[in-house]
Design a protein around this ligand. Structure first.
Ligand SMILES: Nc1ncnc2c1ncn2[C@@H]1O[C@H](COP(=O)(O)OP(=O)(O)O)[C@@H](O)[C@H]1O
Ligand SMILES: [Mg+2]
Length: 260
C-alpha cells in the first residue's frame, strides 16, 4: 500500500486548529447513532471543503478511529497539493471506470489510523461515474473496514455530484465561507442536500471574521473554521487598533493637562 505524506504547512495548520475540528468531530458523533459516512460539501469552490475534510479526518484518526478520507472532488482535486508521495497512485476514477481494483486505490498516510483514496485522473463524465453502481458498492465495502469515512465532494452550487455522493452516506455537512454567498444560494444548497434523504447535520461557517458581530447560522455548528493566519491577522489588527486608541487617549489627556 503506498504511503501519502501530509505536507508540512498542512500538518502545522491541523495542529493549530486541532481543538476546532475536535469539537466538530464530537458534535457529529453526538448527532446520532450510525453516522459513519459523512460527506462534506459547499456552495462554491474555495470555501474550505477540502481543508475541513482533511482536518476532520485527522481529528477522527487522532482519536483512535480507523478513518478513511475519500477525495470525490474528481473534477477539481487539490489533494495532490495536500498529500505527497513518490509512488504511483491509483485513484477513485480508476476504480469507478473499472480500470483498477478498489484495493489498489487505498493509501496509507503518515498519520496513524488515517487512510485515503485519492481522486485519480480527471474523467470525461464524472457525474456518470459517481452514479454508477461501483460507487455504491465501494462505500458498502469500505464501511466494513473503517470506523469513519469522510468524503470531500464537488461544490453543490455548480454540479449535482455532491447530492449523488451524499445519498450513499449517513450524513452531510455544508461548509460556508463567511460572507461569500447570498443567503438564498445557501438555502438552496441545504434544500438539495436534504432532498437526498440523508440527514443534513448543519453548516460549518468557515473563514469567520471574529472582529464582526456573531452570525446566526443554520445548523448545529458555530464558527469552527476561524483559524491559522486568518484569525491571527484579525487579532493583530485588533491589537493595533487598541494600541492606537490608547495612544490617542494618552496624548489627549496630556494636552488637557497642559492646557490647565
Ligand atoms: N478557515 C480558514 N482560514 C483561512 N484559510 C482557509 C480556511 N479554510 C480554508 N482556507 C483556505 O482557502 C483555500 C480554499 O480552501 P479549500 O479547502 O481548498 O476549499 P474547497 O475545497 O472548498 O475548494 C485554501 O487556500 C485554504 O487553505
Ligand atoms: Mg476542494
Amino acid at each position: 500500500m503506498p504511503t501519502l505524506k501530509l505536507n508540512r504547512a498542512r500538518r502545522e495548520d491541523a495542529e493549530k486548529t486541532e481543538e476546532f475540528y475536535n469539537a466538530l468531530r464530537t458534535n457529529i458523533q453526538l448527532s446520532g447513532d450510525g453516522i459513519d459516512v459523512i460527506s462534506i460539501s459547499s456552495v462554491q469552490s474555495g470555501e474550505g471543503k477540502s481543508t475541513t475534510s482533511v482536518n476532520l479526518a485527522i481529528a477522527f484518526a487522532r482519536s483512535g478511529y480507523q478513518t478513511l478520507l475519500v477525495d470525490a472532488d474528481i473534477r477539481n482535486s487539490v489533494m495532490s497539493g495536500v498529500f505527497s508521495t513518490r509512488d504511483k497512485i491509483t485513484g477513485l476514477t480508476d476504480y469507478l471506470t473499472g480500470k483498477n481494483d478498489l484495493s489498489e486505490g487505498l493509501c496509507d498516510t503518515d498519520i496513524e489510523n488515517l487512510y485515503m483514496i485519492q481522486a485519480g485522473p480527471v474523467s470525461p463524465n464524472p457525474t456518470g461515474l459517481l452514479q454508477s453502481q461501483n460507487f455504491n458498492k465501494m462505500i458498502d465495502i469500505l464501511r466494513k473496514y473503517y470506523d469513519y469515512i469522510i468524503i470531500d465532494t464537488p461544490p453543490i452550487g455548480l454540479v449535482i455530484d455532491a447530492a449523488i455522493i451524499t445519498q450513499q452516506g449517513d450524513a452531510t455537512v455544508l461548509v460556508v465561507e463567511s460572507g461569500s454567498n447570498k443567503r438564498r444560494a445557501v438555502e438552496k444548497a441545504v434544500e438539495q442536500l436534504e432532498q437526498t434523504g440523508t440527514p443534513f447535520l448543519g453548516v460549518i461557517l468557515n473563514k469567520v471574521d471574529t472582529s464582526m458581530e456573531r452570525y446566526g447560522s443554520y445548523g448545529a455548528y458555530g464558527s469552527y473554521g476561524d483559524y491559522g493566519n486568518y484569525g491571527k491577522k484579525i487579532r493583530e489588527e485588533k491589537k493595533k487598533k487598541e494600541k492606537k486608541k490608547d495612544k490617542e487617549e494618552r496624548s489627549r489627556s496630556r494636552r488637557n493637562r497642559d492646557k490647565k
